[in-house]
Design a protein around this ligand. Structure first.
Ligand code: GAR
Length: 217
């Protein structure tokens, strides 16, 4: 099986990255994590990559100040140097400029902790609780110019339970993220326009998956 060389961009602990590394370790995934790139030198996800024997790169955004294009040029250079074909944003917390998005159009996906188009941006779990929604979840989508606005590849929903705090809800959503992300990355690198099978309703597990692979922009 030919495997697409994926660069994973992270900013933090990298639990979603870990699910991609675990999927790769099964030998069944149509992707190979060929580079993990962090904008934060202290990101915990870098250790996960090292443990898995995956190459890492650090492009710290801070020295670039407001020059986002130069920061992104440095990231692009690292991705190119490692012959990366596809980019997965896994908790990458910098907003990308239209220039970088255009370079990776149709080859870059993101995971977001809400059922988009609800709750784009930050603090999604607190905002979902404030809004009183009964279902919350996560979305994997193509990256477009608008933040958290690209075509949806797949979504997984979880119940909001009485007494939930942002932390308990975040933990439930994160478990759904870990199921959704490897599945959607596998579909996306294959360019498949397939319906993803739904998860069964189980306690504390995603109870709904709305997964049609949207066409790449
Ligand atoms: C995840 O919940 C991911 O959905 C979110 O950051 C977390 C990263 O966790 N991403 C965003 O909020 C992007 N806007 P992880 O580092 O353990 O994968």
């Amino acid at each position: 099986m030919s495997r697409t060389r994926v660069g994973v961009l992270i900013s933090g602990r990298g639990s979603n990255l870990q699910t991609l590394l675990d999927a790769q370790a099964t030998g069944q995934a149509p992707f190979e994590i060929a580079l993990v790139l962090s904008n934060d030198p202290a990101a915990g996800g870098l250790d996960r990559a090292l443990r898995a024997g995956v190459e890492t790169a650090i492009v710290d955004h801070k020295p670039f100040g407001k020059n986002r294009a130069a920061f992104e040029d440095a990231m692009h250079a690292a991705l190119t140097e490692h012959a990366i074909e596809f980019v997965a944003l896994a908790g990458f917390m910098r907003v990308l400029t239209p220039g970088f998005v255009a370079r990776w159009a149709g080859r870059m996906i993101n995971i977001h902790p809400s059922l988009l188009p609800s709750f784009p941006g930050l603090h999604t779990h607190a905002r979902a609780l404030e809004a009183g929604v009964k279902l919350h979840g996560c979305t994997v989508h193509w990256v477009s110019d608008g933040v958290d606005e690209g075509a949806i590849i797949g979504q997984a929903a979880v119940p909001v339970k009485p007494g939930d705090t942002p932390d308990t809800l975040a933990a439930r959503v994160l478990r759904a993220e870990h199921q959704l992300f490897p599945m959607c990355l596998a579909l996306a690198v294959q360019g498949r326009s397939a319906q993803v099978r739904g998860f069964g309703p189980r306690d504390d597990a995603p109870l709904l998956l709305n997964g049609w692979l949207a066409d790449a922009p």
